[in-house]
Design a protein around this ligand. Sequence first.
Ligand code: SAM
Length: 329
Amino acid sequence: MDKEGLAEISARYVHFADTEARGRSPLYEALARAVAEDWETLDFLSTLPDLKRQPNLLLAAVRHLFGTPTGWAEFRQALLAHLHAVRSLMLERSTQTNEPGRCATLLPVLSRLPQPLALIEVGTSAGLCLMPDLYGYDYGRKAIRAPTMASEPPVFRCLASETTPLPAALPQVVWRAGLDLNPIDASDDTQVAWLETLVWPEQTARLANLRAALKIAATVKPRVVKGDLRGSDLVQLCSEAPKDATLVIFHTAVLDYVSDPADREAFAEQAMRLAPCWVSNEFPRVFPSIATRAGRSLPPGRFLLSVNRSPLAWTDPHGASLEWIADEA
Ligand SMILES: C[S@@+](CC[C@H](N)C(=O)[O-])C[C@H]1O[C@@H](n2cnc3c(N)ncnc32)[C@H](O)[C@@H]1O
């Protein structure tokens, strides 16, 4: 690859350091900045397909194989000594995550619906967001938690704005199922280990919560079906839901992966035809017509939570905060 190509990869790592890692992970910020200036590492990245050059993937692959490095020198030494192993892992894996903390931002919606609920999550990954009724939540001025099952539930902290209608009770879920193009098997140690590595190094509370949610999934075994949210797989799943429960189709951090806006719109129309309640928690660019209705300049780096196309709240992408914007509360 010529110098211009390497400079483009370098700029991607600087962008990651500036916009994603800064303030969240000092180690990842430092490593990304160092990669951006290291020609040998850039040269290695240039041998990978474009999609596989992502900072998150490189950083996770090295940590997965050799543990969390203390800094750049250790990271670089491990990488350059094992280029083949790192390359194979980066080609084999992706940065597919599952963040159960997002349930904290869904809960105010789910708890207000006519109970009981039948939940269908599209893009469910390992199915961890399918169990919002089995976790604990701390909204600062109010806390709520499920009774302990075989293991302690994780407790998700979420800073909720004053007008947020905080849930009085957990939703009553009588049926749950997820759909994913590439489901993660929560009972497979190798897949779980990779899921854990994708949590950034300093985010120890997030990792503890992920592990606690995985333990609950090991008991509950939420049903996850392999399939595409576009088309008949969703229709089939909806037909299996009990008729005496409110059917909710929801998704968080998924529709960005559906690149054609027409496909996203077709999905939205289908979801509203199939269920009385369609909950979307996505970057506002995913459904621009809903974002326009949110009524003010878009806060950067936030998801927009909406129900049946009505914007309700701006949410932190990992569920750490929630700013209610709907008039009614
Ligand atoms: C970033 S993960 C989010 C997982 C989960 N919703 C969460 O919030 O933690 C995106 C998921 O969407 C799935 N996905 C992407 N496109 C899809 C499609 N067309 N149909 C079904 N699942 C899809 C991916 O396989 C992946 O598991």
